[in-house]
Design a protein around this ligand. Structure first.
Ligand code: FEO
Ligand code: CA
Ligand code: CA
Length: 634
C-alpha cells in the first residue's frame, strides 16, 4: 500500500525525477525550492507543490506551438539575429558569398563553412566583450554548392566540397548587448578537409595509418564530417568526425571488404558523396588505409591560429557525435562519447594523468594517455513509462580476454583503430543511435540522446533496457549517475529521462511516449543537448519534419528546454523549413544563446535566413537574446 509519510522510500514523484531524496533537496536548493523541502516531513502534495515551484522557477517562458514556417519562432520577448552564415567572408580580402555556385575551393577556404553543427564559446581573458567561437561545418549540400546541383564531377569539385567541411574559428564581439562576428580578425581561421593535421596517442605511426602519401602514419590531410564538439577545461576545442565512411568508395566494385571496413559501413559505391572517382585519396581500392585516418576526435587550440590540430587516437575511432568533458574525483579528465549509428555504443575515456588547472599548456597531451571504456547496460526494470537499471564500464585494453593478438588485435593501436570490433568483443550494449552527451552542472548526472533506431528488434538488437521500443521512430533521452558521483567509477545507475512519442496520435501504447511528453511539447529524434548554468537541459531535434502520420503535430525541427528535476519540457524554438537544429553554446552571462540552423531547405522550400526571391537557403548560427536583456530561459 502506498504511504505518503514513508520517507525512507522515494515517492513516485522522486522516482520520476530520478533523484534520491538527498539529491532532490540538493537540486531543489539550487533551483530555489529549498523552502519547501527543508522541513523534513513531506506529504505527496507538498512535494508536488515543490516540484511545481521548481519547475516554474526554472522554465520561465511559455511553451510555443509547433510550426511549419520558414522562420525561427521564439516565445514572446525573445529575438534571434544571424551571427554568421555559410559562405560569409572571414578575412578582410575574402570574396563575398556567391550564390551562383561558381566559387572555387580556394574561395570557400576563406569563408565560413557549410552546415554548421557543434560549437563552443571561448571568452578572451579579461575582456567580457570579446571571444572566439569554434564551429563545426559538418558536410555540404551539393544542391546548393554546385551550379549543376549534382554529384562532384572533378577533383576540383571534390576539393571544393572538402573546403566547406571541417571547422571555422571566428572572433565575435559584443556591442550594445549584441554579439557580432568580426570579419578580418587575425584569429579567424578555417580548418577543412584539405588542412594539414597530425596524429598523436597510441595509434599514431601504426601501420594501419600509413599511406603512400604519409609513410610515417603521423600526418594526415583534413578533417571532415565534423558533427558535434567538446570543450576542455584547458581551453581547447574538440571536433568529432562522424560519417567519414560515407566519403570513401572503391574503384573495384567487386572488391572484397574486410570485417572492419564492413563494420564501419564502407560501401563500394560511396554513400551520396562520391569523392573516390575523382580523388584517389578516397578510393579504398588504391588507398585502403586512408579510411583508418578518419573517425577520430580532433583537438584544436583556437587561440593559436598557427597550431596544427591533433587527432587524438586514444579516444578511439568510430562515428563520433560529440565529446563531453568532465573529470574524476581525483582530477583526471573524462570524455563521454557516443557512436551514432544504429546499434552502436557509448564510450568514455579516462586520462592517466590529472588535469593541471594552474597551467593550461601542461594539459596539451593529456588526451594521449589513458583508458577507453565502453558501456554495458542491464535489462532494467521494464517499467514502460520510466525504465531504470544499472550498468558498467568495460576497458578496451589490449591483452584482456577478447582483445588479444589471437582475437585479431595485434596491439592497443589496433584496438583503438577498430574500436567498434573491440567493443563488440566485450559485449557492449547496442544502443538506439547515441547522439549528444552532456553532464549536468548541478549534480553531475550524464544525459545522452538516443535519437531513433528503425532496426531495433532485429537480430542482435534486443528490445529492452535503455532501448525499450521495437522499430523506434521517436527516440529517447537516457541518463545515468556514476557510482558515488565519481566520473571515474566503473558502475552506474541509469534511467530514461524521456521517451519521445506522439500522445495525440497514439494515446495508448509504446508510441505514446513517457508521461512528460504531451500533445503540446511533443517532438521526435532528440539529438543536440546542452546545459546552462542553472541546470536547464536544452534539447535540439533532427527528426522527421513531415508533420504527418506518426509525426503529425510536431512541425519543423525545434529546440526545447527541460527541467531535469521534474521532467517538465517546454518548446522554446522552432526552426525554419527543412532544417536541423544543432549546435548550442552560451555566452558566459547566459544572456545570449547561440544555436545552429543546419541545412534549411535540405530538399528545397526554404530561403532562410535572407528570404531573397529565388535565393538560396544558408546554414547559419543564430544569436538569441531577450528583448529585456535577461537570462535565456529564466
Ligand atoms: Fe551529425 Fe549524429 O549527427
Ligand atoms: Ca547530431
Ligand atoms: Ca541526428
Amino acid at each position: 500500500m502506498e504511504n505518503d509519510q514513508n520517507h525512507d522510500q522515494p515517492t513516485d514523484l522522486e522516482r520520476y525525477a530520478g533523484l534520491s531524496r538527498r539529491r532532490f533537496i540538493a537540486a531543489g536548493a539550487l533551483c530555489g525550492a529549498a523552502m519547501f523541502l527543508g522541513g523534513g516531513m513531506l506529504t505527496r502534495s507538498a512535494l508536488a507543490q515543490a516540484v511545481q515551484a521548481t519547475s516554474t522557477g526554472l522554465l520561465g517562458f511559455d511553451s510555443i506551438p509547433a510550426a511549419t514556417t520558414d522562420t525561427v519562432t521564439l516565445p514572446p520577448g525573445y529575438k534571434a539575429q544571424v551571427l554568421i552564415s555559410w559562405g560569409q567572408p572571414l578575412h578582410a580580402d575574402s570574396p563575398a558569398f556567391d550564390p551562383s555556385g561558381q566559387a572555387d575551393a580556394d574561395t570557400h577556404q576563406r569563408q565560413f563553412g557549410d552546415n554548421n553543427d557543434g560549437m563552443s564559446f571561448f571568452p578572451f581573458p579579461g575582456n567580457p566583450d570579446r571571444a572566439l567561437m569554434a564551429i563545426n561545418n559538418e558536410y555540404t549540400n551539393y544542391r546548393y554548392l554546385f551550379e549543376h546541383g549534382g554529384m562532384p564531377v572533378s577533383q576540383a569539385e571534390v576539393h571544393k566540397a572538402l573546403a566547406n567541411e571541417g571547422v571555422s574559428v571566428i572572433e565575435v564581439r559584443r556591442q550594445d548587448g549584441q554579439w557580432r562576428f568580426v570579419q578580418g580578425s587575425s584569429y579567424n581561421r578555417r580548418i577543412h578537409g584539405n588542412s594539414p593535421l597530425r596524429f598523436s596517442g597510441p595509434a599514431a605511426g601504426n601501420a594501419l595509418l600509413k599511406t603512400a602519401a604519409d609513410p610515417s602514419g603521423l600526418h594526415v590531410l583534413g578533417t571532415f564530417q565534423n558533427c558535434a564538439n567538446g570543450k576542455t577545461p584547458w581551453g581547447t576545442y574538440l571536433t568529432c568526425e562522424e560519417n567519414f565512411t560515407d566519403c570513401f568508395g572503391c574503384s573495384a566494385q567487386e572488391q572484397p571488404l574486410d570485417a572492419a571496413q564492413k563494420r564501419y559501413g564502407l560501401t563500394p559505391a560511396s554513400k551520396d558523396i562520391g569523392w573516390h572517382p575523382h580523388d584517389e585519396r578516397f578510393d579504398v581500392t588504391r588507398n585502403p588505409n586512408e579510411l583508418n585516418r578518419h573517425g577520430w576526435v580532433v583537438e584544436i587550440d583556437p587561440f593559436d591560429p598557427q597550431s596544427v590540430p591533433v587527432k587524438r587516437t586514444a579516444l578511439g575511432r568510430f562515428k563520433h557525435e560529440n565529446a563531453a568533458v568532465s573529470q574524476t574525483r581525483d582530477g583526471r579528465a573524462v570524455v563521454y562519447m557516443g557512436d551514432d549509428e544504429r546499434g552502436e555504443f557509448i564510450y568514455k575515456f579516462i586520462s592517466r594523468d590529472r588535469i593541471d588547472p594552474a597551467n593550461p599548456k601542461a594539459n596539451r597531451d593529456l588526451l594521449d594517455h589513458g583508458t577507453l571504456y565502453v558501456a554495458r547496460f542491464d535489462a532494467g526494470d521494464g517499467n514502460p513509462d520510466h525504465p531504470r537499471g544499472t550498468g558498467e564500464w568495460v576497458a578496451l585494453a589490449h591483452g584482456e580476454p577478447g582483445l588479444t593478438t589471437a582475437d585479431g588485435f595485434a596491439s592497443q593501436a589496433e584496438v583503438l583503430v577498430h574500436a567498434r570490433l573491440a567493443a563488440t568483443a566485450l559485449k557492449a550494449t547496442r544502443m538506439d543511435r547515441p547522439e549528444w552527451i552532456v553532464v549536468s552542472p548541478l549534480d553531475g548526472r550524464v544525459y545522452c540522446t538516443l535519437t531513433n533506431n528503425s532496426k531495433r528488434g532485429d537480430d542482435g538488437q534486443p528490445v529492452g533496457g535503455p532501448n525499450p521500443r521495437e522499430k523506434n521512430v521517436y527516440g529517447q533521452v537516457l541518463r545515468w549517475n556514476e557510482h558515488a558521483d565519481d566520473h571515474g567509477a566503473m558502475a552506474f545507475e541509469w534511467d530514461l529521462f524521456l521517451i519521445a512519442g506522439n500522445p495525440a496520435s497514439h494515446p495508448e501504447g509504446a508510441k505514446r511516449g513517457s508521461p512528460n511528453i504531451t500533445a503540446q511539447n511533443m517532438f521526435n529524434s532528440p539529438d543536440g543537448l546542452g546545459f546552462d548554468a542553472a541546470g536547464r537541459l536544452w534539447i535540439l531535434t533532427d527528426g522527421d519534419m513531415s508533420n504527418a502520420g506518426d509525426f503529425a503535430g510536431m512541425g519543423n525541427n525545434q529546440m526545447l528546454a527541460a527541467n531535469p528535476a521534474t521532467g517538465e519540457i517546454r518548446r522554446f524554438m522552432v526552426g525554419p523549413v527543412g532544417c536541423e537544429v544543432t549546435g548550442i553554446a552560451f555566452a558566459p552571462d547566459y544572456c545570449t544563446l547561440f544555436v545552429g540552423i543546419q541545412h534549411p531547405g535540405e530538399t528545397g522550400g526554404s530561403t532562410f535566413p535572407e528570404h531573397l526571391p529565388g535565393g538560396k537557403p544558408r546554414s547559419s548560427v543564430m544569436a538569441i537574446t531577450r528583448e529585456d536583456g535577461g537570462l535565456i530561459g529564466a
